[in-house]
Design a protein around this ligand. Structure first.
Ligand code: NAP
Length: 556
């Protein structure tokens, strides 16, 4: 296999340790990237700020944390041995099991030697004379690399809202996205949860079982579909394993969201009321994210969407006994699916428990946190512990925390001040040899993340091999290609109902963040074909510079 000339981690002329590639993050993206780079004979170094591998699954260890994609599918496909030998225990694996899987992968593929834990990448500066990146880390060291790959994750920068008095609270404050590693016991405590997104919807039922009293502060209700989680039988696992070639192919090429599932062949308004209700009932009974696949126009046509939203609102009213609470839990300000659908176990039913209270803060917000209470609507709710299930600075947050400087010392944050700009979500013009895995402008969070991660990592690896084969040393997205892609991403999003919601997809959960629909909505199959086509045309839209030419330019 061809490879870039490896610098084998030796010191370069500046005396700094030199790598072919620095990878930021050792989650599922960073680990697979390292595996593929090694396969090319490249010397790579992975920096991970966490104390172990696993990325989002290292940090998100709140009670009830699970993946919302079924585990037989939320798993790597690059190694058939791996997918045949690993035994997922449940339909939706709990976080500890996903983390165990990540650790298993690190050991099985012998990755740990090139992963430096507990080390944040603080700064990456492109040197236009040498066409290398200088990467500074939190241990005070600087290394150089020909390429940098940001495998920083889309939902890894936990967001603590700016609420008055938060720091004066006397009890413990937890964030679902940054949960402590030691066990947290709420037994006998009055607990407050702020937020009602996926993380709250998973944790509320579990916390309610422990806490003396649980008060949930809700600003916006969300649609949630039951997971119907259960243990996987040996037969179920075997059925997947036997059919993995087709399941994985379908997920990559045909499913828009990277999940193998029965696809709809008609729109919601093509069926009469009874048939439609039966279809929704069937999808509800199946459970999970694929509820939105009941019909093919649910995210395109508001009238169609309303039928699905009404169905779920009716379900909420059936489950929740107190009509006032049921009403508050019924989402009414966004189309179903325009925010990520939640997948739960007994979320709505939890509000029937005598020790759980739902507080509507839509009008007043949280006015203040007092040393022993949450104040809202001029009323104080006494609590002993507070859980912030307040989400993430999604998609760009983790990238923005790194001081990245490209050509002319321009920072990526300056360039993205009005919203992220990328070509294919993979590269940003002005930042040569800097790749982003599942970056904004790619399907990423609208898909089974592992499908999208594998596609990006494979594409990047093939690209590096292609460059080496032709003597290219530098690659950069062209402004024209990037502008066209950004416009296309926006244009496609506007054809759907997604922009109608104040979602983190739109950056709407972060005050001051530009309102731009960040992921690419065209579907993983379409997107893969576009990326493959770009590669087949000699990486159309990317400027490649030959190593010799770059060196000659430096010399003159
Ligand atoms: P989220 O969906 O952004 O939800 C955050 C919640 O906090 C919202 O209800 C939000 O209300 C509320 N909130 C934020 N700031 C607030 C404030 N100042 N005062 C009151 N309420 C406030 O975050 P998340 O639940 O962590 O989920 C984020 C994403 O992570 C999910 O969409 C999903 O993609 C992923 N995730 C996946 C899983 C899984 O695989 N099962 C589990 C958890 C998370 P507003 O809506 O009114 O802003």
């Amino acid at each position: 296999m061809s490879a870039l000339p490896s610098m084998s981690g030796k010191d370069d002329a500046t005396g700094l340790k030199a790598y072919d590639v620095v990878v930021v993050g050792a989650g599922f993206a960073g680990m697979y990237m390292l595996h593929r780079l090694r396969g090319q004979g490249l010397k790579a170094r992975v920096y991970e700020q966490g104390g172990d591998v696993g990325g989002t699954w290292y940090w998100n260890r709140y009670p009830g944390a699970r993946c919302d994609v079924e585990s037989m599918q939320y798993s790597y496909s690059f190694s058939d041995e791996l997918q045949q030998e690993w035994n997922w225990s449940e339909r939706y694996a709990p976080q500890p099991e996903i983390l165990k899987y990540a650790n298993h992968v690190a050991d099985r593929f012998n990755l740990r030697g090139d992963i430096q834990l507990n080390t944040r990448v603080d700064r990456a500066v492109f040197d236009e004379d040498t066409n290398t990146w200088a990467v500074a880390t939190s241990d005070g060291k600087t290394v150089t690399a020909k390429f940098v790959v940001l495998a920083t994750g889309c939902l890894s920068n936990a967001r603590v809202p700016d609420i008055r008095g938060l720091k004066d609270f006397r009890g413990e404050v937890y964030h679902t996205g940054h949960w402590p590693h030691e066990s947290v016991d709420f037994t006998g405590l009055r607990v407050g949860v702020i937020g009602t997104g996926s993380s709250a919807i998973q944790s509320v039922p579990v916390i309610a079982q422990q806490a003396r009293h649980l008060t949930v502060f809700q600003r916006t209700p969300n649609f949630s579909i039951p997971a119907w989680n259960a243990e996987l039988t040996a037969e179920e696992r075997e059925a997947f394993r036997k059919n993995y070639p087709e399941i994985r192919r379908f997920a990559r090429e045909e499913a828009r969201n990277g999940i193998y599932a029965e696809l709809p062949d008609r729109g919601a308004l093509d069926d009469g009321d009874n048939a439609r209700r039966a279809k929704y009932e069937q999808r509800w009974e199946k459970g999970g994210l694929t509820f939105m696949l009941a019909y093919n126009n649910l995210i395109l046509d508001k009238a169609a969407n309303d039928t699905a939203a009404d169905f779920v609102r009716d379900k909420i009213a059936e489950i929740v006994k107190d009509p006032e609470t049921a009403k508050l839990l019924q989402p009414d300000n966004h189309p179903i699916g325009s925010k990520r659908i939640c997948v739960d176990t007994e979320y709505y039913a939890t509000f029937n428990r005598p020790n759980v209270t739902l507080v509507d803060i839509r009008a007043s917000g949280i006015e203040a946190i007092l040393p022993n209470a949450v104040r809202t609507g001029a009323k104080d709710y006494e609590i002993d512990a507070l859980v912030l299930a307040t989400g993430f600075d999604a998609m760009t947050g983790s990238v923005a925390r790194i001081d990245i400087r490209g050509r002319g010392e321009k920072t990526l944050n300056q360039k993205w001040a009005e919203g992220p700009k990328t070509y294919l979500g993979l590269m940003s013009e002005g930042f040569p040899n800097l790749f982003i895995v599942t970056g904004p402008g790619s399907p990423s969070v609208l898909s089974n993340m592992i499908v999208s991660i594998e596609q990006h990592v494979d594409w990047i690896t093939d690209c590096l091999s292609w460059m080496r084969g032709r003597g290219f040393g530098t690659m950069e997205a062209s402004k024209e290609a990037e502008d066209k892609w950004v416009a296309h991403v926006n244009e496609v999003a506007q054809l759907t109902l997604y922009p109608q919601a104040n979602s983190w997809y739109m950056g709407a959960n972060i005050p001051g963040k530009p309102r731009i629909f960040m992921p690419y909505i065209g579907g993983v199959g379409v997107y893969r074909r576009i990326c493959d086509d770009v590669a087949a045309k000699g990486y159309e839209g990317f400027a490649m510079t030959a190593k010799e030419r770059a060196q000659a330019a430096v010399a003159s």
